[in-house]
Ligand binder design. Structure first.
Ligand SMILES: Nc1ncnc2c1ncn2[C@@H]1O[C@H](COP(=O)(O)OP(=O)(O)O)[C@@H](O)[C@H]1O
Ligand SMILES: [Mg+2]
Length: 390
C-alpha cells in the first residue's frame, strides 16, 4: 500500500552478506528489515512470528536449506513472498527454487538496484494475489431461469399496456412474487401509476453496472409498491434510453428472473435493437390491442415481424376494451390476424381514473368490478401456464 514500508526478513548464515544487504535496504526508506535468521528452520519460525512481506533467502545453510524453508513458507504463509539470494547460480538451484514457489532468484553478489527491484516486484505480485484471494467468491452464473418474464408490447401507444402491466402485476403478486420492469425507457409511467416518489431509484442507476450485474444490485434499486409488487422504474430522463443497450436488457432480465416468479415488462413502441433484445429474452410476449383500425393494422404488422424473426410462437393476443368494437367484430379481426385472442378486458374508465388518482391499481381499489375480476382471471391463466424451457 502506498506509504507503507515493505517489511523484509533476511535468512542467511553469512554475517557479511546479512550486513551488506541490511545496509543496502536501510538506505531506502521504502524497506524495513524486521528480522534476521541464520538458518532455514529459524527462518520459517520467524516468518510465522513476524509475517514479513518478503523474505530474502540464502540456499546453503545449516539445519534446513533455503529451498526446503521456501517450500514451507510459500505453503503456510501465502502473504509472504520469497526472493532467493544465493551464490549457487547453477540451473538446478534456480529450477528447484522456482518449483517450490520462490518469486525471484538473485545471484550473489547483487547490486542494490537488483535487490530493490526484486523485492518490490515480489511484494506487488503477492499483494495482488492475496487481494484476489480475499475478494468474495463470484456469484455463480445464473443457470436455469426461475421465473417467467412476460413482455407487453404494442406497436401503437395508448392501447393500455401500462394499465395492464400494473394491474396484472398486482394480481399476480397475490399468487407469487412479481416484479415490474419498466422498459418503456423514453416514456415510462409505471412510476406514476404506482405513485412512486419522484426521487425513487430507477434503471438509470444500473447504467454502467450491467456487465457484472448481480441480484443484490437490482434489489437495491427496486421500488416497493404497497401491494408488495417490486418495480424497476424507467429512468427519469428520456436520454438515458441511449445508454441502455441490447446486452444490458438481456443481462437484466436474466438476473431479475432469478428473483421473482413473474417479471412483467412494460415496453415502448419500437423495433430497435434494444426492444428486439427484450422480446427475444422474454419467455412470452403479450400483444395488447384495441378494436380500432389502426391498432389492428399495427398488430398484424407486429405479428408479421415476429414471424420473420422466429419469435411468433411466444406471442399471444390481448384485446383491451373488447366491449368497444367501433364497428369491428372480434371474430373477424381474429380471422384477419390468423390467430385467436387469449385474453380480453372490458372498458372501465371511471374505476381506472379513481384508481390512478389514488396511486393504486383497480384490482385493489375496485376488486369487485368487472375489470378487476378480469385481471384476476388473466393472472390466474398466466400462472397456470407451464414454465417454458429454453
Ligand atoms: N380497459 C380500459 N378501460 C378504460 N380505459 C382504459 C382501459 N385500458 C386503458 N385505458 C386508458 O387508456 C389510456 C392509455 O392507457 P395506457 O395504459 O397508458 O396505454 P399505453 O401504455 O399502451 O400507452 C389511459 O388513460 C388508461 O386509463
Ligand atoms: Mg405506457
Amino acid at each position: 500500500m502506498a506509504g507503507e514500508r515493505i517489511r523484509v526478513l533476511i535468512v542467511d548464515d553469512h554475517d557479511a552478506t546479512v550486513q551488506t544487504v541490511t545496509t543496502m535496504l536501510q538506505l531506502d526508506p521504502e524497506f524495513e528489515v524486521i528480522g534476521v535468521a541464520g538458518d532455514g528452520k529459524t527462518g520459517v519460525d520467524q516468518v510465522a512470528a513476524l509475517h514479513p512481506d518478503v523474505v530474502l533467502m540464502d540456499i546453503n545453510m545449516p539445519v534446513m536449506d533455503g529451498i526446503s524453508a521456501t517450500e514451507i513458507i510459500v505453503q503456510q504463509h501465502p502473504g509472504t513472498a520469497v526472493v532467493m539470494l544465493s551464490a549457487q547460480t547453477d540451473h538446478e538451484y534456480l529450477r528447484r527454487s522456482m518449483n517450490v514457489g520462490a518469486s525471484y532468484f538473485l545471484a550473489k553478489p547483487v547490486s542494490s538496484d537488483e535487490i530493490y527491484n526484486a523485492i518490490r516486484r515480489a511484494n506487488e505480485v503477492n499483494r495482488l494475489r492475496s487481494q484476489r484471494y480475499a475478494a468474495p467468491p463470484p456469484e455463480p452464473e445464473p443457470t436455469a431461469p426461475a421465473g417467467t418474464a412476460i413482455a407487453f408490447f404494442s406497436p401503437s401507444g395508448g392501447v393500455g399496456r401500462t394499465t395492464i402491466v400494473t394491474n396484472l402485476a398486482v394480481a399476480l403478486q397475490k399468487i407469487a412474487p412479481t416484479a415490474i420492469v419498466d422498459l418503456s425507457l423514453p416514456f415510462g409511467d409505471i412510476a406514476v401509476l404506482l405513485n412512486a416518489p419522484p426521487k425513487a431509484k430507477s434503471i438509470g442507476d444500473l447504467v454502467g453496472k450491467f456487465a457484472t450485474l448481480r441480484g443484490a444490485d437490482v434489489d437495491q434499486v427496486l421500488f416497493t409498491h404497497r401491494s408488495g409488487v417490486r418495480a424497476l422504474l424507467a429512468p427519469p430522463s428520456p436520454e438515458m434510453e441511449e445508454r441502455i443497450g441490447p446486452d444490458d436488457v438481456r443481462k437484466l432480465l436474466t438476473v431479475i428472473r432469478q428473483q421473482f416468479r413473474f417479471v412483467i415488462v412494460d415496453t415502448w413502441a419500437s423495433y430497435g435493437e434494444t426492444m428486439l433484445a427484450v422480446l427475444e429474452s422474454a419467455d412470452r410476449i403479450v400483444l395488447p390491442f384495441t378494436l380500432e383500425l389502426t391498432s389492428v393494422k399495427n398488430a398484424r404488422v407486429f405479428i408479421e415481424v415476429m414471424r420473420k424473426v422466429g419469435l411468433d410462437p411466444k406471442v399471444s393476443l390481448l384485446v383491451n376494451r373488447v366491449d368497444q368494437p367501433n364497428g369491428l367484430k372480434l371474430s373477424e379481426i381474429e380471422g384477419g390476424l390468423g390467430r385467436k385472442s387469449s385474453y380480453q378486458l372490458s372498458t372501465d374508465e371511471a374505476s381506472l381514473r379513481l384508481a390512478m388518482n389514488r396511486g393504486l391499481p383497480v384490482v385493489d381499489t375496485h376488486p369487485d368490478s368487472k375489470l378487476a375480476r378480469e385481471f384476476a382471471a388473466v393472472a390466474k391463466a398466466v400462472a397456470a401456464e407451464p414454465a417454458l424451457t429454453r
